[in-house]
Design a protein around this ligand. Sequence first.
Ligand code: FE2
Length: 363
Amino acid sequence: MVLFPACKLRPPPAQPNEFARAFSMSTSTSNRRYRVRMGPALALTAALAGLGCNYDALSVSDTDGEGDVRRGGNVTIAFIGDQGWEAAGQANGPRAVLQLIEDEGADAVLHQGDFDYLDDPAAWEQQIDDILGPDFPYFVSVGNHDVAEWDTDGGYKARMEARAQRIGVAWAGELGEMAALEFEGLYLVFVAPGTLGSDNSVYAEYIAQRLSANDAVWSICSWHKNQTLMQLGSKGDETGWAVYERCREGGAVIATAHEHSYSRTHLLSNIESQVIASTSDTLVISEGESFVFVSGLGGKSIRDQDRAGDWWAAVYTSDQGANYGALFGEFGVDGRDDLAHFYFKDIDGVIADEFWVASDFGG
Ligand SMILES: [Fe+2]
């Protein structure tokens, strides 16, 4: 397993850490659909969290092929990006991830952009349909590799519009570019900072307007690109900070991709300045505090870790032996609409990150 280069040991807290409390609370619930398994490495992670340890590299748990961390809940979303394409009959990258999503019982995919890298919308959607079916809810934010065939006849946008109509999901705005929709009680906002032509401030203002006009327990912002400090590779500052900050102020989860690895921040009270509100593995999001993740291991390639920072709670790159996978968010677990359980699982069954999110909008 990997080291914890930025770990600063502090005196242990008087109370058990919140992760442990949430875990014990959950295991006492009688109507769970799925068994929870806490691997030794994950226990180490939780123990380090209890010691107030900020770590730049994550210890991952090898589930030995039997790990099943699913907890069910009202709705499960799979977050992916940077997918790629492989021929039918192969399942080493994108098709393996889609199969994982199917196997985990997800209710929808939120794809944070960069689809097949081939400018072939028909082949890309066929890859989805082959595994998840033509009526599986699949929502996207346009990525830079999707622009050429985004708004063409039979292009990605038209296909996503047809899909949403086919499954009876209405949206406001321009789907995949600057749009909002409700899915199973989740409020989803899609924008394209740094990718399409509008100034980043336009997307930021749109986010602020949509989030202030909605009182959903769960809101999620989705886009493709990054600010350099909000990814682990060599990506430049392409989105501006305002989109992040408007989502944080609105209490929305921030889903991104573009860099081909997985990373997730602690709870932040200022994203531009990387102000950490809490290092707990139970993140309580509210108006003013939220977190960011990059889920870019959808199948195209896997990159290494070039950057670090104490705001990162989880890091999963080729330096940690990462494989392709998806971040799963299960909303409404343990009978609580305001509680969500997240885990990143790769196609080898490794659980690279697991955390809880409570919404302050739940009352
Ligand atoms: Fe990209």
